[in-house]
Write a new protein. Structure first.
Ligand SMILES: C[S@@+](CC[C@H](N)C(=O)[O-])C[C@H]1O[C@@H](n2cnc3c(N)ncnc32)[C@H](O)[C@@H]1O
Length: 270
C-alpha cells in the first residue's frame, strides 16, 4: 500500500494509471527517485511526510513534519461539531491547536455562514494551515491566530463553539505510541505533560471564558481519558456533558455545554 502510494508520487500518476499500464517501466531518474523515497520510508518516516499530502474530510491537505498528519478518527470530532452547530445561525467557532488546519477548514467547507477562527502555538503549523486554506480556496473564511491555547483571545467571550484535537499523550505513555509518531510527528502536537492533560486542563478553563453562555466545547480525547476529562468538566459550570464513541466503541470525543447561567457561590462548592 505504502509502496503503491510512493510509486504514484514518484511517477506523478493516480492509481487508475498504475493499474491500466502495469507494464510501464521506470526511466533512470524515476528509478533513482523511487529508491530515494523507499530509503526515506525505511527510516520509518510516514509516507505522508514524503508525499506531502493527506486526505481529510474528502479534502486534500498538504502536510510537513511541522504538523500532525490528520487522522481519520478526527472526522468524528468534525461530525460532532456539525451536529452541535445544527440550527445555529452564523456560529462563531474556534479550533484550538489547528495544526494543518484540517478541522477548521473542514468546518469552513461545511458551515458556509460560520465565522471560523483557528489558533496554534506553532508558527510553522500556522503557515501550513494558511497554505491549506489558500489551496482549498477557503482563505478569507478562517482567521488564523498565533496563541497559547486561547490566551491571545482572552478578551473574547462570544464563541458559540470551541473545538480541539489537543495533544493528549502523557510522557508516561510514550512507549505505547507508534515509533513513527514518536520519531517523526511534532512532540508539541502529541505530548501534554505526564498524564496527557496539560493542554486539556487549561483548554477547559479558557474555553469556558471564551464561550457564550450555552456555547459548546468539543474535544478529541485519548482512549483511556474519558473519566479524567469528564471529571474536569466541573458540573457546576458545564451541562449536557456527552461522550461520543468511534465506530469501534472507543470514547473519542467529549463535549460539554457552558451553563446558560453562571454558578452561584453556593453551588460552586457542591
Ligand atoms: C493533536 S495536534 C492536532 C492538529 C490538528 N488539529 C489535527 O486534528 O490534525 C495538536 C495541535 O495543537 C498544537 N498545540 C500544542 N500545544 C498548544 C498550545 N498550548 N496552544 C495552542 N496550540 C497548541 C500543536 O502545535 C498541534 O498543532
Amino acid at each position: 500500500m505504502n509502496a503503491e502510494v510512493l510509486l504514484m508520487f514518484v511517477l506523478g500518476v493516480n492509481r487508475a494509471y498504475l493499474y491500466t499500464y502495469p507494464e510501464r517501466e521506470f526511466i533512470a531518474e524515476e528509478e533513482t527517485r523511487y529508491d530515494e523515497v523507499l530509503a526515506q520510508r525505511a527510516t520509518g518516516m510516514p509516507s505522508q511526510y514524503i508525499t506531502g499530502h493527506q486526505e481529510f474530510w474528502g479534502l486534500d491537505f498538504v502536510v510537513s513534519p511541522a504538523v500532525l498528519i490528520p487522522r481519520p478518527e478526527t472526522e468524528h470530532l468534525v461530525e460532532t461539531v456539525l451536529e452541535l452547530a445544527h440550527g445555529m445561525t452564523r456560529p462563531k467557532v474556534i479550533d484550538v491547536g489547528t495544526g494543518s488546519g484540517c478541522i477548521a477548514l473542514a468546518l469552513a467547507h461545511e458551515l458556509r455562514d460560520a465565522d471560523i477562527w483557528a489558533v496554534d502555538l506553532s508558527a510553522e503549523a500556522l503557515e501550513i494551515a494558511r497554505a491549506n486554506a489558500a489551496r482549498l480556496q477557503l482563505d478569507g473564511r478562517v482567521r488564523f491566530v498565533h496563541s497559547n491555547i486561547l490566551e491571545a483571545l482572552a478578551n473574547t467571550h462570544d464563541f458559540d463553539l470551541v473545538v480541539s484535537n489537543p495533544p493528549y499523550v502523557g510522557f508516561g505513555e510514550a512507549d505505547k505510541v507508534q515509533k513513527s509518531v514518536r520519531d517523526f510527528e511534532p512532540q508539541v502536537a502529541v505530548f501534554a505533560g505526564e498524564q496527557g492533560l496539560d493542554v486539556i486542563r487549561p483548554l477547559i478553563e479558557q474555553s469556558h471564558r471564551a464561550l457564550k453562555p450555552g456555547g459548546w466545547l468539543a474535544m478529541e480525547i485519548g482512549y483511556s481519558m474519558r473519566d479524567a476529562v469528564v471529571n474536569l468538566l466541573n458540573l457546576t459550570m458545564w451541562d449536557e456533558v456527552r461522550v461520543v464513541p468511534d465506530l469501534q466503541g472507543i470514547p473519542r470525543v467529549v463535549a460539554g455545554r457552558k451553563k446558560a447561567t453562571g454558578p452561584s457561590l453556593g453551588s460552586a462548592n457542591l
